[in-house]
Design a protein around this ligand. Structure first.
Ligand SMILES: Nc1ncnc2c1ncn2[C@@H]1O[C@H](COP(=O)(O)OP(=O)(O)OP(=O)(O)O)[C@@H](O)[C@H]1O
Length: 324
């Protein structure tokens, strides 16, 4: 079976180690969700997968073969910073991009018509890209990634800023491509969407993969989670129960985890003693819960550079990324 292998990627920007041996695979027909805090290294990894950025070490292979220039032309890429010509008309631009990927004029035109139709921007073919709303520009950007029927799709935050209808269209296109045998990788901070759409998920933290698998595989932990609703309970009652860790507190309920070796009897007794027990049920952690479990609050800050002698080690911000 065809497989995209991302193997042991490391990448530093000056003193900042953005990737530390990042490894994962995506099979043909699979949608892989790439998640992680801001600055975790997702864009860096995707740029390397496309070949626009070279790793310091490690390799990306497609069916066992390192991704060379020829194979890279078979990748459909949606960059985070987007990459359309603002003053070019939507239709002309898509035809032009298709031809750059080797399609003949008639074929390119047909592909443009097909994708603008499918993505709901057919009426905008004659408009300059810059005149489109951001969401519509994004639809065109996806069309640009798909126009040459790529064998691999790599999409950097394709869902950000889309309205719910566009999210549905984008989701069904990705599923369709995957069903046609294309491995699809996309990054997103919309974890509910990732949970819904992806066959497997990778959680990156400071340039390393810290969790990898199907959502169900990621849910397999040695702790179990319960939701308990107690009316008129004294505040904070759950915090005092031995073997219980409070993971979320709502207005009328708490979510708790029973630590390994603890059964639910103690929790039930404590809940009954705390007030009128309204609800007690086992809950399956969402991807957002799993994410919080492996990515700490501190990760929202970016990976720290290794200490440098005075005068060096300046960290580039978002705007400086492409300049480096
Ligand atoms: N060209 C560059 N020069 C210097 N530092 C960079 C450059 N590109 C990225 N970085 C840094 O590398 C780290 C990883 O960045 P990257 O953009 O890959 O993360 P990300 O997971 O895509 O983040 P986000 O979710 O915010 O898009 C960050 O600390 C970032 O500031």
């Amino acid at each position: 079976m065809s497989v995209l292998e991302v193997d042991g990627l490391t990448k530093s920007y000056g003193p900042l180690q953005a990737l530390r041996g990042l490894t994962f695979t995506v099979s043909a027909g699979e949608i892989f969700g790439f998640v992680g805090s801001n600055g975790a290294g997702k864009t860096t990894a995707m740029r390397i997968a496309l070949g626009v950025l070279a790793p310091d070490s490690g390799e990306v292979r497609w069916n066992g073969r390192p991704l060379d220039l020829q194979l890279r032309r078979r990748v459909g890429y949606m960059p985070e910073e987007r990459g359309l010509y603002p003053k070019m008309k939507v239709g002309e631009q898509l035809v032009y991009l298709a031809q750059l990927h080797g399609l003949g004029a008639a074929e390119a035109h047909e592909a443009m018509e097909q994708w603008t139709e499918r993505l709901g921007v057919a009426a905008r073919r004659g408009d300059d890209v810059e005149k489109l709303s951001l969401g519509n520009q994004q639809r065109v950007q996806l069309a640009a990634a798909l126009i040459h029927s790529p064998d691999i799709l790599v999409l950097d935050e394709p869902f950000s800023g889309l309205d719910p209808v566009a999210v549905d269209v984008m989701s069904s296109v990705l599923r369709e491509r995957a069903d046609a045998g294309v491995p699809v990788i996309f990054s997103s901070h919309q974890l509910d969407l990732v949970e819904r759409l992806c066959d497997r998920v990778g959680i990156v933290r400071a340039g390393e993969m810290v969790a990898l698998g199907t959502i169900d595989e990621l849910r397999t932990t040695d702790t179990t989670r319960w939701r308990v609703a107690v009316a008129d309970a004294r505040p904070g009652w759950a915090h005092a129960v031995p073997g219980v860790r409070v993971v979320a507190e709502g207005a009328d309920h708490v979510d708790v985890e029973l630590l390994a070796g603890t059964d639910e009897d103690g929790l039930v007794q404590a809940a009954l003693a705390a007030g009128r027990l309204r609800e007690l049920q086992r809950v399956r952690p969402s991807l957002a819960d799993l994410f919080r479990g492996v990515v700490s609050v501190d990760d929202a800050t970016e990976p720290q550079p290794t200490p440098q002698p005075a005068g060096r080690g300046r960290r580039l911000g978002r705007r400086g990324k492409d300049a480096a």
